[in-house]
Design a protein around this ligand. Sequence first.
Ligand SMILES: [Zn+2]
Ligand SMILES: [Zn+2]
Length: 377
Amino acid sequence: MAYHEYIGNLHMHTPYSDGEAWHSEIADAAIATQLDFVVVTDHNIWIDGVQGYYGDEKRGYVLLLTGQEIHDRTRLPQVNHCLVYNAKTEMNRYAPDPQALIKAVNRAGGMTFLAHPFDKGIDWREDIEGIPWVDWDIEGYTGLEVWNYMSSFKAVLENPLKSVRRLFSPEDAIIGPDEETLAKWDQLLAQGKRVVGIGNSDAHGTPMKIGPITHIVFPYDFLFNCVNTHILTQHPLIGEMEHDADIIYRALARGSTFMSYRIPGEAKGFRYSAQGAQGATAQMGDSIRLGHGVTLQVLMPVRTHIKMIFRGQVVADETNVENLTYVASQPGAYRVEVWREYKGIERCWILSNPIYVEPNIAPIGVTGGESIKKAGY
Ligand SMILES: [Zn+2]
Ligand SMILES: [Zn+2]
């Protein structure tokens, strides 16, 4: 089946919270970098009335939507930043209780993603603290922000001298997403949970001062060329805001999406699908019965390094290939990583969402798709 692919970014800020650029300026940056959609997520506020298509025939168009990033501002140090999409109302009143927030968003037909869950502070900068997720005893959330570019950037500011260099060429040091976050994702998937992964910029456009140097970390257009989320959909976007938002949010809820890092190259064209018994097929985010084995297939438009990951282990690993085939013989979530060299170092280029291979007889207690069903998808 042919799918339509769209690239977007789902985490950024305006002056309504702690960002520097207004919605129309963000739209300009998104058009300049050829994103198809962006979702602006200001802290603890939902901005209505700015959603829609921006641009013109000459430059192209981008769909700008608004979500929220909710946390309890009275709790110090800061923890538990939660990205909220498609709730259609402000959710700040649930900020003190993440589980209540998740439930309320699900009731409203929206989605929740735990933002930068293993974010760390900078040892030599007391003013820059980590904002991790700490309350893991929650359920019903849609997914994790597996790769947050600004969080990755903070992680490579090991000392003041290195940091000055990193300000001007962050791409030298950034290899892939945070390993603890990936391990947590794999752990949750291995427990039989459905957890959608997204990759984002967390753009603020804020000036950062290191010694005598002040530099913007980073302009929105720079960040839109770094970590993004691609959606795959059977139905194309048609240029009509509500219709297209629905398509994007459905793909996101289902997990028919993948994350890409644009610095090593444009990642369009990645495809990952499965074939099972009696003509059954599945793509990212779908479930498929194990039967006598499910054939998982990865297709890339260029030769590259492809890995199949199951329960946190690499179960297939091929370099310099355009495709990879793996026959899954055990139930569970299978995800794909694609790596590519940039500036002499292999970097994580693509992270797929999993295909869920279901046991032939479902064990008691594993239902799957909980939050998806609740959200009406
Ligand atoms: Zn945050
Ligand atoms: Zn943020």
